[in-house]
Structures are given as C-alpha cells and as structure tokens.
Design a protein around this ligand. Structure first.
Ligand code: IVH
Length: 695
C-alpha cells in the first residue's frame, strides 16, 4: 500500500496531481467523511504542495487548496451564514504558538482560553426564541447545507431552551467512542457498512436523511454568534469568551467546558503551552477523538480588534497534535487468552507512525464485533491511539477494500490449552477459565498484575511466570506473595541473585497504594482510572468487597450494568484478597468522598443536592446515576446523605425518612416536579452523560 509513503513533488505534473488528490480527498472528508487519506498523509501532501508553490509561484493553479476554507473543494451550501464560519490557523510547535501570541497584541487583557479541538464536523445550531429551528453545516464558510433533519439525535443540543434566547451556537458534532461502537452495531443489524472512523460517522450521519435507524451524536459548542431573528432576546452580554461559553452552557447547550479538560483561562502563553502538553499526555483517555488544542484570546473586544483573514480568525489558533488515527493494513490476527480469561485477538499491522511511535500491533474487538464489522485480512483499517495506551483497530475502511482480502480464521479451541471455548457470551472464554479452574488467562493476569502501573514487580517476566505456573506454585495473584525462596529460585533458572532480587521486588509490592492493588486484580469492567476512583471512594478493599450495587453506583462512571458486572466477580476476588491480606499486602488507602469540584455553572451552582424516593414524570427516565449526572450538569454536587450542609432535598415517590431529617435540619425540600422544571434545560445533557458513563 502506498498510503503512507511520501514523495516531494518533482514536476508540474506531480504538483497538479497532488492538487487534484487533495481536492478529492478534502471533498470526501467534508462530504461523506470517508476520505481515502488519513490526516497525517493528507497533511504531508499539503506541505508538499505548499513547498512546491513557494518554489514555483508561477505554477500555482487556480484550484490550489492553499489559503481556502475546506481547501476550496466544497460547493457552496444552500443557506447563507450570518457571520462567516471560519477555519483555524494551525501551529505545531511551541515557538509557533509564541509567535502567534506575540502578533496578537502586546497587552493581552483577558488572558487566553484553552480547550480541546474536537475531531468532528462543524455545525451551527440556530435558536430562535428558545427553540432550535435550524442546523447548518459549515460548507464553504459562507454558505452551508441545512441538516435540520438531524435535530433530536444530538446530545447537548436541546430542542427547547429554558429561556427564550435567540442566538447561534457553533460547535462540533462528534461520535463519542461509545456512540461510534453503538452506531456500527446498529448499522450491522441493517446490513450497512461500518463507518471507518467516528469523524466519518459524524459527517455521514449529519447528511443522511433516509435511514431506517437513528444514531445518537454529541455536540459541544465552542462559539456563539448573535442572530437577527425572532423577538431577538440575545444571550446576556458578556466581556470574555469564557463568559460567553458559560452563558451558552447556562442556556442549556453543551459546550467544550463540559469535555474532560474543560475550558480553561490562563494569563500567559507559557501556561497555554503547558496545557497543550497536559492534554497531549492525557489524550488517550478521552471518550472521543481530538486533533489538537484551541487557544483563543479571551477578551471579546480584543477578538473584534484583531479580526479575521479570509480563512480564519486571527484571535484563535489550533495547536495540532500528532495524528492519533491512521489507516494501515491488517496483515494477520493472533489469538491469546487475556487477563480475565477472555479470548483476545491481536492485530498484526503494516508498520505505521502513530502517537510518536511505529505501530505494528493493536488490540482488536471481540469475535462478535469482528464479525459484525466484517473485518478481513488485507483490509485497510483505521487504527487509533485512544482509551488505552495500546493502539486499537476501529474498523475496516470499506471503500478502500481490494480484491485480495481473505477471511480471518476464528479459533475453534482455546489457543493456550487446546480445550473448549465457552461461547455463550459476547466475549468468548477458555471453558477451563470460565469454570474457575486451570486458568489459561493466568500468564496474562500475572503479567498485568506485575506491570509498572500496578504492583510494579520488576523481573516478573514471561519466562519466570511460565516457570511459576509450570511448577504449580501460583494459581492467582495472591499466590505471588507466598512463594518460598526455593520456588523463586527454580522459576528464575536457578539463579540466587535473580531470585533474591525478585523476592525483594515482591516484598516492595506489598506496600503499593490501594488503587494499584485493586487494579492488579483485573476486575473486568474496571481499569486503572476506575480503580483509582473505587479506591478513593471506599478507602479499603474490605469496604469495596462489602459494597452492594447501590454503593458501587455512587462512584462516578458506574451504572447498573457495570455494578452488576463488578459484583459478579466478588466470589472470585474474595479468596485472592484473603491471600493478599494474609501476606500483609496494603489493602487500605486514604478515603476521599467525591466533592463537587467538577461542577459547571447552572441553576444548582454551589448547592449540595440529595435525592430521595423514586422519580416519576419527566425524571422517570433517569435512574440514580442519571439523577447524579443531572445535578452535576446543572452545576450542583450530588450527595447521598442529608446533613446541615445539604442545600436541597428532591423528593420523589415513596420517599423515606430523609424528608423528616431534612425538615429537622431546616434543609429546603422540593417536589420532583418543581425540581424537574428548574433543571429542564439539563435533562438531555444528563441523559447523554449517563450513556457516556456506561461505557
Ligand atoms: S474555534 C471562530 N474551537 O476545528 C471560531 N474550533 O480546523 C473558529 N474545532 O472549523 C473555530 N474544536 O470546526 C474552535 N474548540 C474548538 C474546536 C474547533 C474543533 C473545529 C472547527 C473548525 C476547525 C478548524
């Protein structure tokens, strides 16, 4: 495949061909979203064209993509934008950011805003007198297509606001990774091809009109402009970009402030640079794709003073991050049993640069998902660096499929022990592991437990693990702490030195913090981050193992399904934890109940809110977790118990003793219907957040 190879342009013919390729790729990117080039390849080609044009100004063609919105590849849409929808100028290095900033203005008075650059499709959402009336694509920047048919399918864009505001929210429509997986599953049910990437899904879905199914998307506003329509009640006047976005959020439209890194205001360009680096480091954990960080002058007066050029505002800049998504070829699939006993396919890929390293291997979906996606060997596939540190194959790029693809052979027996596979669930397991006996997943489980991020046992490599298992000395992580010097020596190839070192490492591992011990247990459905929250919430392994579903659901990110999944593993965990306790492994940690530090401004700002009883009416669709999300979305902090600090008790059907307690303490009590009215604008956000949390 030539997709990743780069050639500088040697002749005018090469240049014309490159211009044509850019235009067609750009048109596909902005139209169906299914471009034949990944962003990295595309960017290199753009650089080649720019370099050729600089060297041969007399050859620059009228078709040149340089300096045009959407590279000039788009037909104008049907509806005029009130204010042009610009693009952004890019920087890729600290020095470039600094010189953008230096040109801005020497006296920067409101500071800079820093936020995620979401990798989706730009959308303008027009609200007239509080009602969502029109959705427009960016088009060529001056005219965009009307995609109002997508109303009602976009989380974060309510159809009715609590106040009769008239304004246009501008932002990005994305598929979260969870929505993307769901979308491909729904498409498979309808015999439609999978989307090659979340961005392609957003572009295709916004334009689609006659689909027999509905796909949920998410909107985050990054800007707002006034609209000369309706009775014209504008958003309250403000002085800064951050305040403007706060007004948009208060009106009920989701903004980039609601993304994991939020919208931050800093006073120096160095601080902005630091946030770029922080975002880059944490990018892989985001629930959706980003392709950079956007930095804006915060003062609206300054924005107006600085203005825009033909293509983009000069008061904002995109700090592009290295592409975290590439297209490459799926060459082979290898099978093993993972740490929780699940059959795990691994993709062998044609080498491709991703996230600063050359990637040749990636995790794949489970068998059911692979079949659903119709993956074949030889397929061009989209690979991303997201969610986990290990790259992941998202989907085949079906429009690039050639004749030479071959089916993937699915194993009929366990690749480790040759025994039967348990195929009753979506994830297949070695039947021996499923029965809780000989664990084919044991090598992976021990390897994972000893990894630097968990117990950090240096020297617990594959051959030592194999030696320990073959010797019959370990059947779970707990046994690692009861190994005799002789057993260790045998497993390390009879080396006293190596065995002593390993023994010292195991001894040191006994005092790792609780969250790392918890993560080492590889509780299916939890990862490192959730282990941290669990440890902080419960404070001890004992309290964690004593939790019921309701107690688990008090932890951010745990819904009914995940609570059940975690609970079902307690019987397996109990004997392992008993071994850890007997060996003196640390099983406690500082307990930190969640506080409201992640709240956004809204009607419940600064309020601690408790809910009691079952919700009916408009709130009936929200369960306990949903109500927590609703409170947070409206700016409050949810809490489980009544105290003097409680600001508000929301009372549903069949409420218990909390009402009397609240009244005794003088806490304001509100009926669920009245509460629902106060926070109506945040219902959609809460429902979306619940869906995202249930990942
Ligand atoms: S600001 C006048 N902020 O990136 C405001 N754009 O490459 C100009 N984008 O067309 C845009 N996240 O569709 C802005 N936080 C963010 C963004 C963002 C994604 C998109 C937007 C823009 C494109 C330019």
């Amino acid at each position: 495949m030539t997709l990743a190879t780069r050639t500088a342009l040697a002749s005018r013919d090469d240049y014309s061909q490159a211009v044509a390729l850019i235009r067609s790729a750009s048109a596909a990117y902005h139209d169906s979203g299914e471009s034949p080039l990944d962003d990295a390849t595309y960017d290199l080609l753009r650089q080649d064209v720019a370099a050729y044009e600089a060297a041969h100004p007399e050859h620059v063609s009228a078709d040149s993509p340089s300096g045009k919105v959407a590279e000039g590849a788009l037909e104008p849409g049907a509806v005029a934008h009130t204010v042009p929808m610009g693009s952004l100028n890019n920087v890729t290095a600290p020095g470039e950011l600094a010189s953008w900033h230096a040109k801005l203005n020497t006296a920067l008075f409101g500071g800079l805003t820093v936020e995620n650059k979401l990798d989706g499709v730009a959308l303008a959402a027009r609200y007239v007198d509080g009602r969502l009336v029109e959705l427009l694509l960016r088009g060529n920047g001056r005219h965009g297509d009307d995609v109002s048919h997508a109303m009602g399918t976009i989380t974060g864009l309510p159809e009715q606001l609590a106040q009769p505001y008239t304004f246009e929210a501008r932002g990005e429509v994305v598929f979260t990774y969870e929505q993307y997986e769901q979308a491909n599953a729904i498409r498979a049910q309808h015999g439609a091809k999978p989307f090659s990437s979340p961005r392609a899904a957003a572009a295709g879905t916004l334009r689609a009109t006659n689909r027999p199914y509905r796909l949920e998307m998410t909107f985050f506003a990054y800007h707002a402009v006034a609209l000369p329509l309706g009775t014209g009640m504008p958003l309250p006047p403000v002085a800064t970009q951050a305040q403007l976005m706060e007004q948009v959020a208060c009106a009920g439209v989701q903004t980039t402030a609601a993304t994991p890194h939020g919208l931050r205001v800093v006073s120096t360009v160095e601080q902005a640079q630091q946030l770029v680096e922080k975002t880059s480091a944490e990018r892989a954990g985001l629930p959706f794709g980003i392709d950079g960080v956007v930095i804006k002058a915060n003062s609206l007066i300054q924005q107006a003073a600085v203005g825009s050029d033909a293509r983009a505002p000069l008061w904002a800049v995109a700090y592009k991050l290295a592409p975290a998504e590439r297209i490459t070829t799926l060459e082979d699939v290898k099978w093993s049993i993972g740490k929780t006993g699940v059959l795990a396919p691994r993709a062998v890929l044609a080498p491709v640069e991703l996230g600063g390293t050359t990637v040749t291997s990636a995790t794949l979906h489970n068998v059911a998902d692979m079949q659903r996606l119709g993956l074949r060997l030889g397929d061009a596939v989209t690979v991303i660096q997201a969610q986990d540190v290990i790259p992941r194959v998202l989907a085949p790029v079906v429009h690039l499929r050639t004749e030479v693809t071959r089916p993937i052979e699915i194993p009929s027996v366990c690749p480790e022990c040759g025994g039967t596979l348990d195929r009753r669930e979506k994830r297949w397991r070695c039947a021996a592991t499923a029965a809780g006996t000989a664990a084919c997943g044991l090598p992976s489980a021990l390897h994972y437990a000893g990894h630097r991020d968990q117990l950090d046992i240096d020297g617990l490599g594959p051959s030592v693990i194999a030696g320990l298992i073959d010797g019959g000395h370990v059947s779970d992580v707990g046994d690692l702490f009861a190994l005799s010097p002789a057993q260790l020596r045998k497993a390390t190839g009879d080396s006293v030195v190596v065995a002593d070192k390993l023994a010292a490492q195991i001894e040191a591992a006994k005092s790792r913090p609780l969250h790392r011990v918890l993560a080492a247990l590889a509780v299916a459905g939890t990862g490192r981050e959730l282990s941290e929250r669990l440890a902080a919430h419960f404070g001890s392994m004992e309290a964690f193992l004593a939790a019921d579903a309701v107690a688990l659901m008090a932890v951010d990110g745990i819904g009914v399904k995940k609570a059940r999944q975690i609970l079902s593993q307690f019987p397996r965990l109990a004997p392992i934890v008993a071994k850890l306790a007997a060996a003196g492994v640390n099983l406690t940690g500082p307990c930190r109940q969640e506080n409201g530090d992640t709240t956004t401004p809204g009607p419940l700002s600064g309020m601690s809110v408790v809910v009691t009883g079952t919700m009916s009416g408009t709130l009936a669709r929200l369960d306990r977790l949903g109500m927590r999300q609703l409170i947070k979305a409206a700016g409050g902090s949810p809490s489980e118990s009544i105290s003097k600090k409680t600001s508000l008790l929301v009372v549903g059907q069949r409420a218990g003793s909390k009402v009397a307690k609240a009244e005794k303490l003088g806490v304001t009590v509100i009926a669920e219907d009245d509460f629902a009215e106060q926070v109506a604008a945040f219902l959609d956000i809460a429902a979306g957040a619940v869906a995202a949390d249930r990942h």
